[in-house]
Design a binder for this molecule. Structure first.
Ligand code: TXA
Ligand code: MG
Length: 335
């Protein structure tokens, strides 16, 4: 028998926010919305509470957590801010940007997997900010999904994945951006480097910093991922086998079996079929594509499909890169 669902979904009323902030202050776990994806939050200064995050997600201890703050002052209490960090924080916080900085002693080793650096971000979602403010502490929060599965963009997604392992989920609607934050390594302000592509581009960061930012290095470039998906770290993955091509065409639709789904980035014109899906129905609608990416992968994964054929987003903007990074990892073969 499956364990019972213990999670309850709370609307962000002042009363519920007060209750959930109390849960956090007492060392409990609360899943909560951010503008990127839902996070599974705990008091970042409480090692025991943070250990419970790793347990609930089945996350390996060597994968460090992001700490969420409500002010630059609070960021300065957990990380050593340099001038470069202050500059990008001023430009992009609150927002989908995480900074890797030298950590302060207050942060327990479990949060950073023993590293001398810590990941910090100020999220833009009002309800999450309110939780940080009311709980009076920085909140460590990885994405609120079982380790390796598709990230959650609604409260229901969180309940589907972690409902038997946690008790509290704050509902903040459908996550606006839909892909995780851009991660910028600023440990050495003279050598900034992109560690994960997200909605904020490397070019935007370079403009604010006034210097080059080392590019994110995928193990395999997206264009070659279909050839060697096993080279990529598997993550964000549906259970249904998935393959990627540069561009899906009429031929792919004609050749696919009726139990195989096709996932276009833009709604295809003149192609219909019960197995034809898309991320965006606006022309060049990459915002919408990112917003719907994880929801569509979950939707297809819960369907009767034996295979998902997907295509890469075209273009070189931040969202195209973020979408393609997640797609490539989703399609990577199990090791
Ligand atoms: O948008 C987001 O960033 C979401 C929301 C909830 O804020 N969070 C998120 O967390 O995506 P998570 O745990 O799924 O990804 C955090 C990643 C880790 O996998 C790790 O690669 C990186 O952040 N990270 C954390 N601390 C680090 C450190 N000290 N050095 C290098 N990378 C670090
Ligand atoms: Mg994650």
């Amino acid at each position: 028998m499956k364990p019972a669902v213990t999670a309850r979904i709370y609307r962000p009323t002042p009363r519920n926010l007060a209750l959930l902030a109390r849960v956090l202050a007492q060392g409990g776990l609360v899943a909560a919305p951010t503008e990127t994806v839902y996070g599974l939050a705990a008091d970042a200064l409480n090692a025991k509470a943070c250990r419970a995050i790793f347990r609930a997600k089945g996350r390996p201890a060597d994968d460090p957590l992001i700490v969420h703050v409500d002010s630059v002052t609070q960021a300065g209490e957990i990380a050593e801010l340099n001038d470069a960090a202050r500059k990008v924080a001023r430009a992009f916080w609150p927002g989908p940007l995480t900074l890797i900085l030298p950590k302060r002693p207050a942060v327990p080793a479990i949060v950073t997997s023993g590293l001398p650096s810590v990941a910090v971000r100020m999220p833009a979602h009002r309800a999450f900010r309110e939780l940080i403010r009311r709980s009076g502490r920085p909140l460590a929060a990885p994405s609120a999904n079982p380790f390796g599965y598709v990230s959650p963009t609604t409260a229901d997604h969180v309940r589907d994945g972690l409902g038997q392992r946690i008790q509290y989920i704050l509902d903040g609607g459908f996550a606006k951006i839909g892909v995780e934050s851009t991660i910028l390594d600023l440990r050495d302000p003279n050598k900034p480097a992109l560690l994960r592509p997200g909605a904020i581009s490397r070019e935007e960061l370079e403009r604010v910093l006034g210097r080059k930012v080392a590019a994110y290095r995928h193990k395999v470039r997206p264009a070659t991922a279909a050839v060697a998906p096993g080279m990529l770290e598997r993550h964000y993955s549906p259970r249904t086998p998935m393959t990627l091509t540069r561009k899906l065409t009429r031929n792919h639709v004609q050749q696919a079996g009726t139990n195989e789904a096709l996932l276009f980035v833009q709604r295809p014109t003149g192609l219909v079929g019960k197995n034809v899906f898309w991320l965006s129905d606006e022309p060049d609608g990459l915002n919408q594509a990112a917003h719907r990416l994880f929801r569509q992968l979950r939707f297809l994964d819960n369907g009767k499909w034996s295979h998902i054929h997907a295509e890469f987003a075209s273009g070189s903007g931040a969202l195209a890169r973020a979408i393609n990074d997640r797609l490539a990892r989703a399609a990577a073969k199990r090791k």
